[in-house]
Write a protein that binds this ligand. Sequence first.
Ligand code: HEM
Length: 141
Amino acid sequence: MLSERERTLIKSIWERLTPVAEDIGSEALLRMFVTYPGTKTYFSHLDISQRSPHLLSHGKKIVLAIAEGARDISRLTVTLGPLQSLHAYKLRIDPSNFKLLSHCLLVTLACHLGEEFTPVAHAAIDKYLSAFSAVLAEKYR
Ligand code: HEM
């Protein structure tokens, strides 16, 4: 569980990343596609090459969804309701993939936050992304 301090930290980190959502999200996606090529199969209808308009716009959507969830972590299940259904029922994403993207987001944040990526921030971001992924994976059970 995230402590009150961690929740505040997470909220401020993702708020600050919102203006560069496109960069952060597209880099994380690209990292996922290169590191775990199997994930590309879900995106065969899009151009996912580096800095392509699709990659940038999809990256932005992902980061904005994560930032929105961070605004009130206690309501994550409610906020993510539509995304849960989309990924489980419509897109049928194998839930094991959520961990892969989360890891790539974590690495991307480590690169962008520099000194702000303290051990405390690392732990909080990791916990939040795990919680987020767990909620996205809930509908499969
Ligand atoms: C669509 C967020 C994980 C595959 C979306 C959308 C958002 C989103 C916001 C757009 C929804 C809309 O247009 O209404 C997230 C977040 C994730 C995550 C926050 C995890 C932290 C994944 C993973 C995969 C995936 C792991 C597959 C490996 C897709 C696909 C679409 C989509 C294929 C539709 C793309 C399109 O056709 O435009 N996701 N997603 N997502 N997501 Fe995810």
